[in-house]
Design a binder for this molecule. Sequence first.
Ligand SMILES: Cc1cc2nc3c(=O)[nH]c(=O)nc-3n(C[C@H](O)[C@H](O)[C@H](O)COP(=O)(O)OP(=O)(O)OC[C@H]3O[C@@H](n4cnc5c(N)ncnc54)[C@H](O)[C@@H]3O)c2cc1C
Length: 417
Amino acid sequence: MTPDYDVLIVGAGMVGAAVACALGQAGFKVGVVDHQPPAEFQPDAAPDLRVSALSPATIRVLERLGAWQHIEAMRVCPYRRMAVWEKLNIPLIGKHTRFNRTMFQASELNEPRLGYIVENNIVQLGLHAAMKSSQDVELICPARITTILTGNKQPQLQLDDGRTLTARLLVGADGAQSQVRDAAGMGVGAYDYEQQALVATVEIGGGPLDITWQAFTSTGPLALLPLPDVDGRSYASLVWYNLPDEVRKLKSMHEAVFLKAVREHFPSELPALKALHGRASFPLTRRHAHQYVKPGVALVGDAAHTINPLAGQGVNLGFMDVAWLAQTLSEARDQGADYASADVLKGYEKARRSDNRNMMLVMDAFYHLFSNEVTPLKVARNIGLAVAGRTRAGQKRVMRYAMGMEGRLPLLAQATR
Ligand SMILES: Cc1cc2nc3c(=O)[nH]c(=O)nc-3n(C[C@H](O)[C@H](O)[C@H](O)COP(=O)(O)OP(=O)(O)OC[C@H]3O[C@@H](n4cnc5c(N)ncnc54)[C@H](O)[C@@H]3O)c2cc1C
């Protein structure tokens, strides 16, 4: 029997909506199911709490999917500089204490910017707008899935309104708690970090920023990301990583007390903090699916992997999954192969697993190195940072990696085609 769709996607978040756009553009008949639509854009409201630093490679994917124009028309914040601090205490050398500062500049890479900070909801809305303009994509939302059947020739979704949807390929883009991953028995390894992330949107004085700040302390990193102006007011997103008890205290503090604590703990170069516009905390868990693919099933984005967000790479990895999956499926179909077969899908897993794993390991190395007061580690990291801070070639390599300018990129993410 002919299935209802070539590809059915569970989850129309940032990553699932991008898969739908990419496959619709490539001529696949796509159905995408989500239990809730994204919230409408509120142009007068302060920026939302959930934001992502998007790399230039991700921006190129979003442009080619026809989403970036919609995203930019709402609001985005480019950043051109990135400052990293670490307190230098070198016990073996003496009592010398100072901040080691490293500054990355887009101009050093002949790039106009290092990336953009964008609210997650706006990225999702931009992709939904692009999805609507594709005749090959059908959004089934709101919809509640009661059963996911995999393992047969055609994967099936049963909805609580009695409908049954079939496809040749089922894509799980349903986030960290993926039902598709569980239903297909793909397995996942998970590790809870001791720290949590407290995220706050603050109004700042002194006009818009074009710089991200990150300070490493023994209790965890502190970060400040620039956000777009709204009605002449400037905003920033604060991220404070700390132990759950400390995060609970910070979250329940009166606004003035909270802002005072931020001033005391963040480096003094930060702009004046005028008001708090919301805060929330997030537990941090590293997850990696044991398998990204099975015959007729593939996982993308947080359904396949979650990483420590301290360098803002999670959804950027998800967008690279999207671009590789779309390329793998299109090439297979064009060669007359069964794009839902294990052989084809393993090509996608091969393109992504080691990149995702490497980024996970780098984040873990940062986490363990900086969340520790053990003397040899402290000495090692201070010497390491001091050396890295002085080697421009080393800095550039780190920057190029974070920006998606190094390594093998899928067609949708390449600078020129
Ligand atoms: C504090 C914090 C800061 C971060 N900062 C950054 C950053 O700066 N840069 C970066 O790249 N990444 C960052 N990340 C990571 C990033 O937020 C995630 O990688 C990203 O949101 C994952 O997107 P996704 O579409 O895969 O999953 P999700 O955003 O979880 O979307 C899943 C979608 O599936 C739907 N869904 C789920 N289950 C079902 C179901 N059963 N039926 C139907 N629909 C379903 C949901 O409604 C949702 O729309 C950060 C994460 C955290 C926690």
